[in-house]
Design a binder for this molecule. Sequence first.
Ligand code: DAH
Length: 355
Amino acid sequence: MIDLAQLQDQIKSKLSGIENQSELENTKSFFLGKKGLITLAFKGLGTLDPSIRKEQASKLNVIKSQLIDKLNMLQQEIASKEINKNLNTEKLDITLPAKKIIKGKIHPVSQVIDELTSIFSEIGFSVAEGPDIENEYNNFTALNTPEHHPARDMHDTFYLDKDKKTLLRTHTSPVQIRTMLKQKPPIKIIVPGRTYRCDSDMTHTPMFHQLEGLYLDKNINMGDLKGCLEYFLKRFFENDKLKMRLRPSHFPFTEPSAEVDISYKIDNNKIIVGEGDRWLEVLGCGMVHPNVLKNVKIDSNKFQGYAFGVGIDRLAMLKYGITDLRSFFEGDVRWIDHYGFDSNDVPTNYRGLSK
Ligand code: DAH
């Protein structure tokens, strides 16, 4: 029979020497493991005389539960000692200066596209898209610009094959065709996107951006077109006094066609849009030509529409005082740092577009 007083002495001396987690585990298995002293003592109870077995068992139970309590307490002490040790060694000095963070900027073209989307969404336009690689039919023929039409030469087209069947779209107008083939009127879309022409100087780059507009419905007229453009230009240049005029022009896909000028003045070598008595051409527009509607199988006696096309990069240059278009696409970080926008300044109608 195990001597309980001796067992308790052993427990006492083992517990007093515990310093860390692994010593704790060792002690635990020394007494309570499969071959631990207490486990074996319980096993030995069966050999005892029944007259003393019960008493011995209950004493063993008390010793066992006291040992478990003490081990749990020690476990907590060791854990909190570990935490304190870590807190003392791992110091964080929050007064140190932050690391320099290089923040990206939003390109003026992206910013202006967001502004335009916001302005036009307010009056019911949704955004449509089409591919940069287009076929000759959508880019020209369907838009009432047949082969040998002089307007084709004016576009300095990048053709992608010998037969001149595939090309880089020269304007966003082919998306009018794609949309009208897919959707039934009423159609009210804007199309921001990349366009390509073989041209390069201060105000031209081989790749540039346009925004197309198309509104097709019953009883649409030039008055609706003028109202829409006036709203757009005043909102975009954030100037309610901006003056605008329509000048007769020609585009194969509209009849009648017009170009739109806005007022400006030069002050201290800077261009101020919306004021003064000079005129600056900003966009082309007109009523969708009946031949274009015929090409997409829409009855021009039932539906009429207006369309317009505007250069996005040019709008950005005018609004944000950027003089050389080529700088837009050079990828110079100093340039984007100066002319770019903070990614948190998302243009909205209610908070303001550029402020
Ligand atoms: N696609 C024309 C261009 O690139 C711009 C244009 C003019 C678009 C009149 C239109 C429009 O939708 O009605 O020069």
